[in-house]
Each structure stands twice: as C-alpha cells, then as structure tokens.
Design a protein around this ligand. Structure first.
Ligand code: SF4
Length: 454
C-alpha cells in the first residue's frame, strides 16, 4: 500500500487489514492522470456494446487509429450477417482538422447506403471530432431523410470520461432505435438477455437453456442481434441483465419507458447458472417451467462435476488474481474459483459499482486486495505480494501476467472457448488447470526475476 500514488489510496483496499479496513472503496471516478489506467476509452466502451449488432454498419468518424478497435478484438459470433466484422473509418487527417470532416462523412454515408444497404449506421465520433466540433447530428438527420435508414451518432470522444460513459452512450443509441416506432403488445412474453455479447457463442448456450425450459428469448443485447431483433425486444416480459456494468442503464431506461422489469443474473459458474435459470422460471413460468429449470440444472451440474473433478486435485489451494471489466463477472469468478478449491487473493474491475464492491468484500477472505480502475504497476505489485498463481483478465492484462511468469486465463472479448453455462464451467476448469499447472511458468519466473528485481 505504501507504494500507491496518494490519489489512488481510496480506490484500493485490503479486506480486514490496514488502512483500507471497513471503508467504502472509491469507484466510478475518472482515472488519475498519469496512472496509466487499464481501462479503455469512452469510444471503446460504446463500441464493445454496439459492435455485436451484426447487420449494422459501424463507421468510426475519426483518425484511422481509433478504427483498429474492431471485431478482431471483440470475438462475438453471428448466425447471420457478417457486416459488423468490418471496420470502416473516415480516416480524418490534417486537412480535415483544418477544414472540417463533414464532407468526408457525407461521402462515406452515400457509399455505405449504395453498397451495403444496412438498416442502421452507427457513427462513432471520436476524440478528434470532439475537438474540431463537426456537426455530425445534422449529417445524420439529412442522411436519414435522404436514404431512409437509421443513422445514429454516438458522440464518444475518448477524453470525455471513461469506458463506463461509453456503455451509457451505447445504451442511449439502442434506446433511439427502441423509442421510434416501438413494437408493443398487451401480452408481453419471454425475456431479453442484456449484456451478453455472444463471445465464442455464449449467447447461443444461454438461449438453448431457456428454449429447453420453455422460456422464449425475444432478443439479445447485443450478441448475435440485428436491427429487427432489437426492435422486437419491447414485447418481452422481463429483462435479464448479465453484464450489469454495460447494460444496467438500458434496463432502467426500458423499465421507465416500456414497463419491462429487470433482474440481474450470471451464467458463469455452476451455482450462478442454476440460480439464474430457476429465478427466471419462477418469475415467468408455471410450476412445470420451474421443474424443468431445476431438472436441467441438476443434470447440467452433475455432468459438469464429472468433467471438473479430475482437475480439482491439481487446483486445490492455488491462488487466483482477477481483473475484469465489470463487478458482476468478478463476483461470479470468485465463486467459480471457490468451486474449484482455489483462493482469490486479488480482485479488481475497470467499471465496478459500489454495490459490486460491497458484494465482493463479503465474499473474499481477509487479506484479499480489492481495487478499482487499477494500473499495471498496482496489478504487478499485488500479484507478486500475494503470490498469485494465475491472473484472469483481458487483452491488456495478458502481457503483464506473462512478464511476471504467472499463468493467465482470458475471460474477455478475445477468447475462442465459451465459458458460460454448465459446459463453460468445465472449459473454465480445464483452461485454468492447463495454464496454472504448466511447467513453463516456473521457467519464465526464473528468467524474469533478475529483470524484475533489477
Ligand atoms: S482515446 Fe480518443 S483517439 Fe484514442 S481510441 Fe479513444 S477515441 Fe480514439
């Protein structure tokens, strides 16, 4: 703790020990300048939420560098259109900074409509546009009138805040679709799944569970979604919010506007998957639906335990560090590591909320480090101090773990193996075992130490 920047002291605590004892963790603030936060920018937050809309055209109005954030680092799968996998940009340059970027944007929209005929175009206005002040809204209005397609400006200059603000902007963009000509019904049926991005096909796994217990899934936000499926979502009876950090705002907006209630749920880990299925069946179904949910969960858990059991002896007592995007995933991971007989020694998130950190604090053992919006130096310090055997995180944390000679599990957008549901829990145990018990880490640690200790 002594090595922390003074501005960061409020965002780090250690359960049951030292200065951080019994105080509320500071979160939801802008990152400390110069601390090199692991968080992404506003544009990135908006893009991760909207990019899985498969038949949308995603146009980055800004320099080409922003557009590098594309499907390749957001591996959500599609059962239909592949349009979302392309990355397009107006590629603003010096001349556009001086004279404005709107002529390029207008030309780009003409070409898009002519060549691709998308039902909706999301324009992401990034930092440069925030500085030069292009009137993108007027271009959107004119293009909608002229071409008859939805053109939605997502004003997401990276400097305007942090990733969570991007989530909010994405939710507002989705509401713009829902508010205009919403599909309504007197008898809402089924659920929407919010905050699942169909990484490695996870939305399909969850949808299949609901199909088997007899609960229709009207729409998914936004994994494997389309413009039309999003519009249908207002006919659902319940919103089930998985990634609360990114989608809770949309759930609240839909409750206010369309009277659709919501619950939080997680499909990571055996216990969480079971309680999510049973809870939804209780809220929506009859006795028979609940019975099917119980039966599916019991069978799924038994089968999963047969798959997980061989890994348990090699995992018992190992120490896990977690740094993920949102609080709800961190909570599920703590429980999953407990199911595997492992101890979580460090846990942090990019955009966790106060209630997430309170829940995390109640779940972890004394001595566990809890941190919001960490930087690489903090992650490195606490992983070494706590002797973590494995780090669970995303693309930005991977090199950090490898540099320290610590095993790594990708639980973010880039993974190719599904980790949700009962089968996903087996995949998770297999991957943790393969990584944590690989002999390569001992060798890497020996090689890295002289450099790290220098
Ligand atoms: S911080 Fe600004 S320039 Fe960098 S990727 Fe984000 S929007 Fe683009």
């Amino acid at each position: 703790m002594e090595e922390l920047l003074s501005e960061r002291l409020g965002s780090v605590s250690m359960k049951g020990a030292g200065a951080g004892k019994n105080r509320t963790l500071e979160c939801g603030k802008n990152s400390v300048s110069g601390a090199v936060s692991q968080r992404a920018c506003v544009f990135c937050g908006a893009r991760v939420v909207l990019n899985p809309v498969t038949d949308a055209f995603h146009l980055v109005h800004g320099p080409v560098g922003c557009a590098s954030y594309t499907w390749d680092i957001r591996g959500s799968l599609s059962s239909g259109s592949e349009l979302y996998r392309h990355s397009f940009t107006t590629d603003l340059q010096e001349r556009d900074v001086v004279f404005g970027g709107l002529p390029k944007l207008e030309k780009a929209l003409e070409r898009i409509v002519e060549k691709f005929h998308p039902p909706v175009v999301f324009i992401y206005s990034t930092c440069l546009v925030g500085v030069i002040g292009d009137d993108v809204d007027s271009v959107c209005r004119a293009a909608e009138k002229k071409h008859g397609v939805r053109v939605i400006n997502v004003k997401a200059p990276g400097f305007a805040g942090h990733k969570a603000m991007g989530y909010r902007l994405a939710c507002e963009a989705l509401m713009k679709i829902l508010e205009r000509d919403p599909r309504r019904t007197d008898k809402p049926v089924g659920i929407n799944i919010l905050g699942d991005y169909n990484l490695a096909g996870e939305m399909w796994i969850v949808k299949d569970y609901f199909r088997r217990i007899g609960v229709p899934v009207v729409s998914g936000f936004t994994g494997d979604s389309t413009y039309e499926s999003i519009r249908r979502s207002t006919t659902a009876a319940l919103n089930v919010v998985q990634c609360a950090g990114s989608m809770m705002y949309l759930a609240r907006l839909m409750e206010d506007k369309f009277d659709i209630p919501f619950i939080k749920a997680s499909f990571f880990g055996l216990e969480d998957t079971k309680s999510a299925l049973v809870h939804v069946s209780e809220l929506l179904g009859d006795e028979e639906t609940r019975r099917r949910a119980e039966e599916l969960s019991t069978r799924g858990m038994e089968k999963a335990m047969r798959g997980i059991s061989p890994y348990l002896p090699g995992l018992a007592g190992k120490k896990a560090a977690i740094f993920v995007g949102g609080g709800f995933k961190a909570v599920s991971l703590i429980r999953q590591f407990r199911e595997l007989g492992m101890d979580t020694v460090m846990v942090g998130t990019q955009t966790g909320q106060r209630e997430d950190y309170e829940l995390i604090e109640s779940l972890v053992n004394p001595g566990t480090v809890i941190l919001d919006d960490a930087n690489p130096s903090e992650l490195e310090t606490f992983m070494r101090e706590k002797g973590a055997d494995i780090l669970v995180g995303g693309v930005k944390e991977r090199p950090l773990a490898y540099k320290l000679g610590v095993a790594f599990c990708d639980h973010n957008h880039e993974r190719k193996i599904p980790l949700s549901g009962f089968d996903g829990a087996v995949n998770f145990a297999r991957e943790i075992n393969l990584s944590v018990n690989s002999p390569v880490w001992e060798m890497a640690r020996r090689t890295a130490d002289p450099f790290l200790d220098a």
